[in-house]
Design a protein around this ligand. Sequence first.
Ligand code: IPM
Ligand code: MG
Length: 370
Amino acid sequence: MKKKIAVLAGDGIGPEVVAQALQVLDAVANRFGHQFTYHPALVGATAIDKTGTPLPDATLETCHKSDAILFGAIGDPKYDNDPNAKVRPEQGLLKLRKSLGLYCNVRPVASYSGLYHLSPLRDERIAGVDFVIYRELTGGIYFGDKGRSDDGKEAFDQCFYSRGEIERIAHLAFKAAQQREKRLTLVDKANVLESSRLWRETIQKMAVDYSDVQLNYMFVDNAAMQLIVAPSQFDVILTSNMFGDILSDEASVIPGSLGLLPSASIGSKVALFEPIHGSYPQAAGEDIANPMATILSAAMMLDHLEMYQEAMSIRDAINRCLTEGIGTPDLKAQYTYSCSQVGSLLSSIVMEESPQLKKDKIAESLSTII
Ligand code: IPM
Ligand code: MG
């Protein structure tokens, strides 16, 4: 298959982790006989520096012409500390989501048995955790009217949702539940917010068409607590933009590292794949960042392009590395592999057709890249 991939590496460690994901994608192309072409485009602080805007028109055009988008990270401290900055890197990502209609953000969360020590939670709480958050991405308080009073002393952000906006993501979440453990939890604040009551009412009506899915409701404050005390109860979580933003960062304490969490943002056209971590500016250029979240995002991209076996080859390679104790130092102090070494090793494992790659084989591949 031939696929055009827009590559928006962005800021900080973005370019380094994306480079490793491309290396792994090349290995996939090689092994399975595909042709991926990569089309780089500017976004975030890098784009502001070069063009004055965080999402140049040329970038949007590249995205529209592609089959999928691989995104690194955006953000730069020089904008974070200035509440009055008119142009910010994050605006690039928000505009991209809105312009491409990426209304559904999918964030899978699972614990890896070899890495329980990374999590601040007790082993028995995180054992077997495997759920996915469906976060609405183009509506709610992020995109509602916002403003200030004339004297600047009052401000507001409106949370707006329509039934149609709720239904389109809910269909995807119900379908995901049908493919998984058939449990869907709607997280809202329906005891206080009118928009949450619309979510509940809409989902309740839809549930009759998904009678094989067990639906339950949870207030967001309780969900924040349940994610920590009993995370294995969840299968698919469906929620609004803001609640999903907060809960997905909270959920990252379960696997213990933001460096392992991928995401997909999908709509009716081209979809975008990105790690959930930020641009980690302190590590930029050091070759120490963990590329696994971006590489797992590339695997989600392949799933989306219906290359299931190819996606699985990447996940298998990651699992094998983690089982063998190979990774960047954020995972374990004794792990001494660099970002590029992890990328090269994963590529060589992906390229290896035999499912039984032995430890000496890994050692052999490593000796060629160290
Ligand atoms: C995320 C991020 C973004 C968000 C920021 C960078 C605008 O936190 O993707 O979760 O709030 O959606
Ligand atoms: Mg976030």
